[in-house]
Design a protein around this ligand. Structure first.
Ligand code: GTP
Ligand code: MG
Length: 298
């Protein structure tokens, strides 16, 4: 009888815990954008890891937080829906920060779900070993039925192999769902939009990134490479000059960095043009959110 394991592992947690960093590290390619700002991930992203022993289908999710904004509420709904559908829950937290009430409430909420739960204690590269043990004892009391508590550093790859083994062992036996050659469900067009959005998050401060989306208006793959035209949607007229920068420098820099990243990811020459469009309140408009793939069911 085959002992091959296959199933889904939902990566869940507060914004900034390191969920996307972990998935990228395991997949070995930057399929989910990562920034120091919270609420970077806005929709469900699959990362597929296949080896001789099994296929783990990771579901990276938006960080769970409280917000009155429609887009953010949709993002949180996406995360809970992914938890409902997954075979295994990987509940991540940043242990380099003191345990806050939001993280505590989340652990207690997931503890009520009748699924194998693996707690991932991330960013141990930023914490002293002596500080981890008392934290672990407090955490274990919050979810006595958890399968495992695994301290890691997703950024440095510390103990990630061990974590992958624990995850695989927790999956049901079964044949692979996806072609072993595949590593994400996102197409190149979606990846291009995300790479541009990453640059907006990295370059802009205050509320601008959170009121920005990227729409790909042209995606033309041909023999010499890929031509892409992307529109950065902003929520306010006053954000436009801030994004464009003096003499267009801001846009140029964002375009260049996004292009460089995409060329590495896609392995071909990329020609990227960026535009900015003002659309007040797009992030509260259900139709707009749906068109951008940010509706509650997406
Ligand atoms: N020092 C350290 N930083 C880390 C580690 N893992 C992730 N980070 C950093 O934490 C920040 C957030 O990482 P993300 O992977 O975007 O976090 P996320 O949980 O996906 O965040 P959202 O998508 O906003 O929910 C980034 O600046 C990462 O580089 C780690 O192990 N150690
Ligand atoms: Mg993320």
């Amino acid at each position: 009888m085959s002992t091959f394991k296959c199933g889904t592992v939902a990566l869940l947690g507060r914004p900034n815990a390191g969920k996307s960093t972990l998935m990228n590290y395991i997949i070995g390619s930057k399929i989910a954008i990562v920034t120091p700002k919270p609420q970077t991930t806005r929709h469900r992203i699959l990362g597929i890891h296949t080896d001789d022993d099994g296929q783990i289908v990771f579901v990276d999710t938006p960080g769970i937080h409280q917000s009155s904004k429609q887009m953010n509420r949709n993002m949180v709904r996406v995360a809970f829906a992914a938890a409902q559908e997954a075979d295994v829950l990987a509940i991540m937290q940043d242990v380099s920060k003191p345990l806050d009430s939001g993280t505590k409430a989340l652990i207690e909420r997931f503890a009520t779900m009748d699924k194998p739960r693996i707690h991932v204690l991330n960013k141990i590269d930023c914490i002293k070993r002596d500080d981890l043990l008392p934290r672990l004892a407090t955490l274990q009391a919050l979810d006595a039925g958890a399968l495992a508590w695994v301290p890691i550093s997703a950024r440095k790859g510390i103990q990630v192999d061990g974590l992958v083994k624990v995850m695989r062992d927790a999956l049901p036996q079964g044949e692979p769902i996806y072609d072993p050659e595949w590593f994400t469900d996102q197409n190149q067009r979606q990846l291009a939009a995300e790479y541009v959005r990453e640059q907006v998050f990295l370059s802009m401060n205050q509320e601008i990134p959170f009121q920005t989306a990227v729409d790909i208006e042209l995606f033309d793959a041909h023999d010499e490479g890929i031509d892409i035209e992307a529109v950065i949607l902003v929520g306010s007229e006053r954000h436009k000059p801030m994004l464009i920068g003096k003499g267009g420098e801001g846009m140029k820099r964002m375009g260049m960095r996004a292009r460089e990243g995409l060329e590495i990811l896609l392995g071909c020459h990329v020609h990227l043009k960026l535009w900015v469009k003002v659309q007040p309140g797009w992030f509260e408009d259900a139709q707009q959110l749906h068109e951008l793939g940010l509706g509650s069911g997406e």
